[in-house]
Structures are given as C-alpha cells and as structure tokens.
Design a protein around this ligand. Structure first.
Ligand code: FEO
Ligand code: CA
Ligand code: CA
Ligand code: CA
Length: 656
C-alpha cells in the first residue's frame, strides 16, 4: 500500500484521495515522485516574475502577475470568431448545463452496444464478452475522423474515444474493495482502451451513433498490439509470453491523445503503474527495481488487485511487463483490422496528449506531457517528412526521430534538450547502453539532462491562428513556495495554470523557444488564488480550476475542460472558452457544466465548428452503487458518456 494511506485524513482529503485512487492510482501519495534535483520550474518563474509588477497575496507572498505581456505580434480578433454566449455559472446540478440558445445531447454511453445484434447493456448481468462489444468506461479523449476519409464532412464520421480507467465501486453492486471477483477484473480489462464508432448528425442538430457500422470496434486491455520503433525487441520488453519483445496484449489508462494529418489516432497510456503490484518482491539490486520506482509502481499489492488473477501484472512474476505500457499508441480508425502500434520512439512516461503539427520542412512534431507532479514536457520530431500523397509511408513516420524534453529558463527563454543515446550524460556510465534504454527509461534520461519540473503537464495543444503552443498544468499542491519557479509560479498550486510557448522562427521543429504564462487559474474573488488571465481584468472572468484538456476553434479561441473543481470549488467541472488575441484575450467564460462527480474531457469540434463534443468521465465518482451521488444520464446508474452540444438559435457557430 502507498504509505501515505496510513495518515489520518479529513473527510475532504479522503474524498479527494478516493478520486485519485482510480484516476491516477494515487500517484501523488506514492513515492514515485521525481526525486532528482533539477531546478524546479517555480524557481525560474518566480525570478522572472519578480522583475515584473508584483501582486501581494494574503499569505504575504509577493508574486508578480504582470504576465502575458508577450508583445508577440497578435492576430486581430475577428468578429467572426468573437465569443458572445452568455456565460453559465458553477453549479452542483446532476445534469449538463449549457448557455441559453444551446442544447446538449447524448451521443453514446457506457455499455451501449456497438453491433446491430447487441449486446444490450445489462447492469446486473455484465460479462467480459459483452463489454468487449460495448462502449467502454470513463470516456476521455474524443477525436472525430470525418467520413469519407480525407473529407471535411461535418455530418458523418468516426468517433475515437479513450476509456481511461474503471470505477468498480460504480460498475458493480456489492464490489468488495481489495477483494474483486475474477469476472469483475475481466470486465474491467474490457472496459479499458478505445472505442471507434461511426456517428452522424441528424436534422435537428443532434448526433447519434450507428450500431452495426463496419468501422465500429473496441480495442481493450487484452487486444493484441505491436511495439515498434527503436525500443521494440529490446531485452526490457521481452516477457515469458513474448520472447520477441514486440507483441503486447492491451492498452491501458488511455487518457488524452491526438490525431495525425494522415488520419490516425494517437492514444496515450498514462497512469499504467496502478495495474501492477508487489514491486518489493523484486530484488532491490535488480536494475528494474529502480526503473519501476521512478515510474511509481506499487511496492505492495495494487489498489485494483488485478495481479491476483492476471499474473503478468505481478511484478516479481513478470518484471518486464510494465515496460510494455506508458507509450503512445497509433491506431488507424478507418481500418478495422489495424493492429495498434505502440510507438516507442516517442518515449515511455505517463503520456498526456500527442498533439501533431508539421514543421516548416515537413517533419512531424508531436507534443506530449508527462502528467505527474514535477514531471516534464516533451516533443518528438520525426526524421522523415510528411507526404500528403503517401499514407502508407506516413504510417511509419513515428518510428524514427528525436525525442526532446523542455527546459524553461527564468528569462522567458527555453530549450528542447535531445534525448539521444551517447550525447551528454546519456552514456553507458549512467546506465544507458542504447537508445532503447533511453526510451524505456525516459524519465531518468530527462532527469540527467536537467529538464524543468512542471506542475502536472497534461494537455499540450497548438493554436491554429497564432501558431503558439499551450501547455496545460493541472495543479500541484506539493510544490512548496520555496520551490516555485517562473513557469510554475505558485506554491500549493491548487488551481493550475496554462503556459504559452512560441517556437523559434515559428518552427515546431526548433530547439529553442520563448514562453510566458497565459492563465493562473482560481477564483478571482479570492485574492489568495493570485488569479491571472493574460492581462484581462480577472474580476470579470469565471472562476476556473484544474485545467486539463484544451482545444481551439478556427478563430484561435481556447476551449478548456477541467478536472478537479469538485475538490477545489465544491462545484462541478466544466468547459470554458477564452480568446487568445484581441481586446478580450484572457476573458475566461464558463460554457458548460457537467453532472455531479465527473470531470470533462476531450473537447473536440466538428469540422464546421457547429458541434462541440466532450466526454463526461466518471459521473457519480465519490459515491457507490449503494450510495450514489449521481444518476446521470438515465436516472439509474451513472454512465460515462460522450455528449454533443450545438446551437438552437441564431448563428450556428459554437461560441457565437
Ligand atoms: Fe488522466 Fe492526466 O489525466
Ligand atoms: Ca486527463
Ligand atoms: Ca486535446
Ligand atoms: Ca485528469
């Protein structure tokens, strides 16, 4: 057991911990955190801030908040993209709330059958066979791939949805904590992974899915996947079931993701550590012990106790299985026979987001965060070039290239540091014998390079209008005030922040950048929160906490989904919109609120920007089947779902 579970907990902390347990495997309560001595991002930002105008918090801590004055050329706000909806307010209602003139409708729910023959969802008669053919649990990333492939059809497409984790206490009546039944574990394995499902827009604006579409498909915790790229076949990846180190069954904890220009899904394996148990059964002198510790694998039994029935999750039995998770997985949604590929060139960590852009010379750049306290921001730059006419060739672009990790300097500059075997400290003397070693043990390599420790870098997205890169740091309450730096400028960072990064020469493949703070989230009515909104008057913005996933509309407005407001505000999570240019840059307005207990994930626009999709993940979390706090969406058991929002009056563009 993570040792901090032994501490006395207040009800609020206990409730928070309960959420953490399944979401992240209680990573913040384990000893997995980054113990390396790299300068905290906070020290850097504080120094930078101190050269700017100061704002004094009630705690007496002087903090400069004159951020966001980047002075970078700004694209004039186009009236066409102006946000004019009337913001909603934080609430605790058990429904999806949207502004006047908008409607939100269900697209698909946990358990909905993918085939024309079913299987129908039966809460009281679940089976792994049924779940493997139904929409999975805890929907996260949402990506719309238009049909036909290569078109910009805004009325028909394939929805690719991640299923990050399971809440067995909400899935099974009478679930026994720490003592699951084998059939429950088997159902949970099938409820993880990805769904590909065909969807279409109907006359009144609502969306529905098509049971029986030939594209409909589940990828689960048991689906055959291949490992590709420089680490494939390495000794670290070989197990008793796979002597080649190239075949792995299942993808787990698929959180955020991305889409490639060639029409594939990138799905990210995040908190994989929680599926493994009993690290202390491994000899401490075995090099794998330290490697697994750096990724937070539990020393005792896991919370889920899957290792009791799935022996590959028992670390002493199968010490290398955990090395086969923590990757970015590429899937072709248009090919139902496609074998998912774990792309090892992108490194192994708790991946959040895989946002793809093309560099000036045609190379593929993928941004990804490692979502844990004091972890790093990464990008991958391919060796080969994207060819819009050669999809087959594009499908191997993510197997060769250079992985970088970010260092944020206190003067607003920064560098992308290459994680290349043989360069700098990444040599045999430090335990790296090959590039495979660097990729399997990416965190340790990044430690040695002196990367900057961040406040849970989650989503990273590029703004299609100004080309800048936005890094979403969800929160970090373990950062002390004496650890702050310029890019993580608040101690006890409960509410999170967003960084705005400009690559040198506006080239995504650049190795240098400049950066600034875009948002410091919180309640503007609370001076202790030190809210900063890109220079906009913070008194006018909506309270916002724990930014998690973002997307942009065609006019450069940022849409932010949150994960944590039930803990920080005692209110439901939501979606917010904020312009990134013009006079209203920084004017944050709340657009949508989810039902009780959920987080909101995967904001995704249709190609005509008339529909905003999002995932309602873990509605009712904090309750149980016997003591529910939510009955969304059906008035029965809470069911994680994908929702579409559209306008019913006036201009059809979302936000207008
Ligand atoms: Fe799965 Fe970082 O949220
Ligand atoms: Ca997330
Ligand atoms: Ca995203
Ligand atoms: Ca999250």
């Amino acid at each position: 057991m993570p040792k901090r579970f032994a501490l006395p907990l207040s009800p609020a902390v206990a409730a928070w911990l309960d959420k953490c347990r399944w979401a992240c495997g209680s990573k913040c309560f384990t000893d997995a955190c980054n113990e390396s001595e790299n300068a905290t991002f906070e020290a850097v930002l504080a120094r930078r801030l101190s050269r700017r105008s100061a704002l004094r918090g009630a705690a007496g801590v002087a903090l400069v908040i004159a951020l966001g004055q980047t002075g970078v050329s700004r694209v004039e706000a186009s009236n066409r993209g102006r946000l004019t909806f009337r913001p909603i307010t934080l609430n605790t209602e058990d429904r999806v709330t949207v502004p006047e003139g908008y409607t939100a409708g269900l697209v698909i729910r946990w358990g909905d059958p993918l085939h024309s023959w079913g299987p129908e969802f039966r809460f009281d008669a679940q089976s792994p066979e049924a779940q493997a053919n139904q929409f999975g649990y805890n929907a996260d990333f949402v990506g719309l791939f238009p049909l036909p492939a290569g078109s910009a059809n805004a009325r028909r497409g394939l929805l690719a949805v991640n299923h990050e984790y399971t809440n067995p206490e909400l899935m099974f009546a009478g679930y026994r904590e720490g003592d699951p039944e084998p059939w429950q574990v088997a159902v949970e394995l099938e409820a993880h992974g990805v769904t590909i499902v065909e969807v279409a827009r109907h006359e009144r604006g609502e969306w529905g899915y098509l049971p029986g579409s030939r594209f409909n498909r589940r990828i689960t915790g048991t689906t055959r996947c291949e490992l590709t790229g420089p680490a494939a076949g390495s000794d670290w990846l070989k197990t008793s079931a796979d002597r080649t180190g190239t075949v792995v069954y299942g993808t787990l904890n698929n959180c955020a993701g991305g889409k490639t220009p060639w029409g594939t899904l990138l799905t990210c394996e995040e908190n994989f550590h929680q599926y493994f148990g009993n690290l202390d059964g491994l000899d401490k002198n075995d090099p794998r012990y330290a490697m697994h510790r750096r990724y937070g694998l539990p020393t005792g039994r896991s919370e889920r106790v899957w290792e009791r029935y799935e022996r590959r999750f028992d670390i002493p039995t199968e010490p290398n299985e955990a090395f086969r998770f923590g990757w970015v997985v590429e899937i072709d949604p248009y090919d139902p026979t496609f074998v998912p590929k774990k792309r090892t060139a992108l490194g192994r960590f708790k991946h959040e987001a895989a946002t793809v852009v093309i560099s000036r010379d045609g190379r593929v750049v993928v941004y990804s965060g490692d979502d844990e306290r004091f972890e790093y921001v990464y990008k991958f730059v391919s060796e080969g070039r994207y060819d819009p006419k050669d999809r087959t060739k594009n499908l191997s672009l993510l197997d060769k290239g250079t992985l970088y990790v970010a260092r944020f300097n206190d003067d607003g500059s920064g560098e992308w540091l290459p994680l290349v075997h043989g360069q700098g400290p990444l040599t045999e003397a430090n335990g790296f014998r090959s590039q495979a070693d660097v990729l399997v043990n990416t965190r340790r390599a990044a430690d040695l390079l002196g990367a900057t420790k961040m406040d849970r870098p989650e989503d990273i997205e590029t703004n299609p209008v100004n080309g800048r890169v936005y890094i979403v740091c969800t929160n970090n309450t373990r950062r002390n005030w004496d650890q702050i730096n310029a890019a993580n400028p608040r101690g006890n960072n409960r509410h999170g922040h967003i960084i705005e990064l400009s690559e040198a020469n506006d080239d995504p493949a650049a190795t240098r950048f400049t950066w600034d703070i875009f948002l410091l989230c919180g309640d503007p009515a609370n001076p202790d929160d030190l809210v900063f909104a890109a220079g906009f008057d913070p008194r006018l913005i909506s309270p916002i906490s724990c930014p998690d996933n973002i997307t942009f509309d065609a006019w450069g407005n940022m849409w932010i989904a949150t994960d944590g407001q039930p803990g920080t505000f005692r209110r439901n999570d939501g979606i917010y919109a904020v312009p990134t240019s013009g006079e209203e840059r920084g004017y944050v307005r709340m657009f949508l609120s989810g039902p009780r207990g959920c987080e909101i994930c995967g904001p995704e626009f249709s190609p005509d920007y008339q529909t905003l999709f999002c995932a309602i993940q873990h509605p009712g979390e904090g309750g149980t089947v016997a003591q529910p706090i939510s009955s969304w969406p059906d008035g029965t058991v809470p069911r994680p779902s994908v929702v579409a929002t559209w306008k019913t009056t006036g201009e059809p563009r979302i936000g207008s």
